[in-house]
Design a protein around this ligand. Structure first.
Ligand SMILES: Cc1ncc(COP(=O)(O)O)c(C=O)c1O
Length: 389
């Protein structure tokens, strides 16, 4: 499938310029049909649980393959938060290593879940962005706080509010060199280009389906490196975290060898249908092609917005940015509304307008957004003004 054929699967793109995949991916006809197939199976068969659970297993394998992992390394969760919580609940903070190092660019759920571990003995340390460059988070910031007391370093791959991409391989080398685990939050990047978790060397990874994976809310994934799985017994657990949930035991806990030991309740079946269809569609264009298109569009947009005199907060270097480019606004919510009235769907966080690209976007979309920003220039911060201030 080429980019034009891929784009044709998303009806909304005939009516809107859609640059909001950082919030919710566009709906394809394939995902629409898969959700209907789930409804049909429910109408027709009543309660085909074997078929439904099988869909979840197929999804586990397909998602694993898409990130270079083995199926046994994947837990299918209801959200990224559920994955983080399951891992946090399995950690012991009573030993010499009780520190959790959090970077400034984490999504709130990541910070909040680890802050909640303070009651269980965790100490939170901060890797801070430099005061003179608040939209960058160099390894030096981590170097200053990771030490022999650090248990885990949860780190976002791409920041949800400024689009900065972390040097994950460098962070893994640093953390592992000091004996700490790394948990990658890949939610703002999964689906927007290739990733190989084994090559990256992360210990854990969480992500979910509603952004660049182009499916629905209510499903997330947890990856746990094979050789680590059996070290952990989460206290946030449930019957789907057992060797055989249908043994219905109430007298004892057992632990599967795979990462499904981190699961808890009934799996999110409708969302699994949607996610499988989305992964199939992404496969048909291919992650390399997606990555190339996204890198091209983000580079084009970031340069054009900068040349137009706007403040682009996302780093320009290709390996420091992901699929999201953030432009500084004097009133970002108003700007999002004005863009919507021009047929452009974008989003904002604080003062940043978020413009996110997928392989279904085109250079025409970039031109449309830049043109609309020029027309709404009174709502944007001018780079020359920042320099003068
Ligand atoms: C980087 C990042 N992590 C985590 C989340 C939330 O994950 P969940 O709601 O599945 O727990 C989001 C987005 O909503 C996100 O952008």
């Amino acid at each position: 499938m080429n980019p034009e054929e891929f784009r044709a699967r998303f009806p909304i793109l005939t009516r809107r310029v859609y640059v909001n995949s950082c919030s919710q991916g566009a709906l394809s006809i394939d995902v629409d049909a898969a959700v209907r197939a789930y409804m049909d199976s429910w109408h027709e068969a009543g309660s085909p649980w074997e078929r439904w659970v099988e869909q979840v297993e197929v999804l586990r394998g397909r998602f694993a393959a898409s990130i270079g992992a083995d199926p046994a390394e994947i837990a299918v969760m209801a959200s990224a938060s559920a994955g983080i919580n399951a891992v946090a609940s399995a950690l012991d903070f009573s030993g010499q290593r009780s520190h959790v190092v959090l970077g400034d660019f984490e999504f709130p759920t990541m910070a909040q879940i680890w802050l909640a571990q303070e009651r269980r003995g965790a100490t939170i340390r901060r890797a801070s962005a430099p005061a003179d460059s608040p939209d960058t988070l160099p390894l030096a910031s981590y170097d200053a706080v990771i030490d022999e007391r650090t248990l885990i370093v949860p780190a976002t791959h791409v920041c949800f509010r400024n689009g900065h991409q972390t040097d994950v391989a460098g962070l893994v080398r640093l953390a592992h060199g000091r004996g700490a685990y790394v948990m990658l939050d890949d939610y703002q990047r999964t689906g927007s280009g290739p990733i190989d978790v084994h090559a990256l060397g992360v210990d854990f990874m969480v992500t979910g389906c509603l952004k660049y994976l182009l499916a629905a809310a209510g499903i997330g994934f947890l990856y746990v490196r094979r050789d680590l799985i059996e070290r952990f017994e989460p206290t946030i657990t449930g019957w789907f975290g057992r060797i055989n949930p249908f043994a219905f035991r109430i007298d004892a806990l057992d632990w599967p060898e795979g990462a499904n030991r981190f699961e808890s309740g009934t799996p999110p079946v409708p969302n699994a249908y949607a996610a499988l269809a989305a992964l199939d569609l992404l496969d048909r264009i291919g992650s390399d092609a997606i990555g190339r298109q996204v890198a091209h569009l983000t580079g084009h947009f970031a340069r054009a917005a900068r040349e137009a005199g706007f403040v682009v907060r996302t780093p320009l270097e290709p390996d420091r940015r992901g699929p999201l480019v953030v432009v500084e606004s004097v009133d970002a919510p108003a700007l999002v509304e004005r863009l919507a009235s021009r047929g452009i769907i974008a989003s904002c966080r604080a003062s940043g307008l978020r413009v996110a690209f997928h392989a279904y976007n085109t250079d025409g979309d970039v031109d449309a957004v830049v043109g609309a920003l020029q027309a709404e220039a009174s709502l944007l911060v001018r780079a020359d003004r920042v320099l003068r201030d």
